[in-house]
Design a protein around this ligand. Sequence first.
Ligand code: NAD
Length: 390
Amino acid sequence: MFGLGRSVSGGSKILREVARLQVLMGIFDKMAQHRHEQVAFCYDRVSGLRSIIAIHNTTLGPALGGTRMWPYRSEEEALDDVLRLSRGMTYKSGASGCNFGGGKAVIWGDPGRDKSELLFRALGTFVEAFDGRFITGTDVGTVADDFVWAKAVTRYLVALPEEHGGSGDSSLTTAFGVWHGIRACADEVFGKPSLRGLKVALQGVGKVGYRLCGYLLEEGAEVTVTDISKANLERTTKAYNVKVVEPDAIYDVECDIFSPNALGSIINDETIPRLRCRIVAGGANNQLAEDRHGDELHRRGILYAPDYVINAGGLIQVTEEFPVFSRERAMQRAAAIYDSLKRIFAISKRDGIPTYRAADVMVEERLKEVASGRVYVRRHGGTAGSIERS
Ligand code: NAD
């Protein structure tokens, strides 16, 4: 097969083989870097599907994570993204107390142009082949209706449209969890969880921010909002008694809590010096432009509620779809984000580290604990799978 040293063309074959092996080694190196368990490259000639499914860690349970569809510039970019995102899911699931691991799928394609029934059926066939080790749903570039196509061939889907058995819009559960998370922050900084009389600057009154605004006001907080959408602002000012500022002015609002519920990367070099708050806590994903901005908040004595912990309500909701969805249970578990954050704040103080790092430590401690439980099972005659995770 390798055709070692037979001819010039044999030589170029060798070079090609070496190059191929280098690519393979590169992938194993990348997997080893953050201990990914499995990466599957999925190709379907008929539909043109090119997808990568990455399973990062199944210590806590089957890998759960959405499917992102994106016109990546290269295979490598797609691979890097799926490795990064699947690892993020391990931490998000772990921090929210879900018995699920971390995984993710990416489809290399243009969501505006390349979607088809065949494409999602093909994806579903690959998901089904994991036999429950990987469960997926929507992410950037995909919507719940896409997965109705996949439903014909796989059982392992979450967040389908309600009429297809899904649990529906998750923003209510997310906002509920964020509200409880903010109460945990208030308890930590001001000595009591009540938000009465506290001033909140709320960026983004979309699906999550609007509902959150209601919870905050109900509890007696004073809320200043902003949004770039006139319609969403109007809906908010019609329903609630709030102050409104221009989008860029929200960072300068004198307040107790700055609550980002719109975009990512809004905690950065430009905005941190402008913040006039004691707490940053909101539903937006990827709030820190870089980790060092979490360090800087810590240095300035601003308590940061790690985004993937405080906004886990949506994830909690879809994990409650098994075996039959219970909204009550989902809301109870979203309320427990309060306790997760309090544990993280305790670790932050114990280890003298910023909260975004303490969140990772909390999950790593849980993974270790559960993994060592597996050791116990095996020593006593059980049949648990891979345990060498430390
Ligand atoms: P959404 O699109 O309904 O709302 C976002 C709002 O932010 C919109 O009203 C938009 O006009 C506004 N916005 C955008 N740019 C802005 C800017 N520069 N200044 C002020 N406002 C701006 O989305 P959503 O579902 O409410 O999600 C909000 C955030 O929470 C996102 O970061 C999302 O990834 C994250 N999140 C949402 C959920 C969920 O269940 N919906 C779960 C976890 C995380």
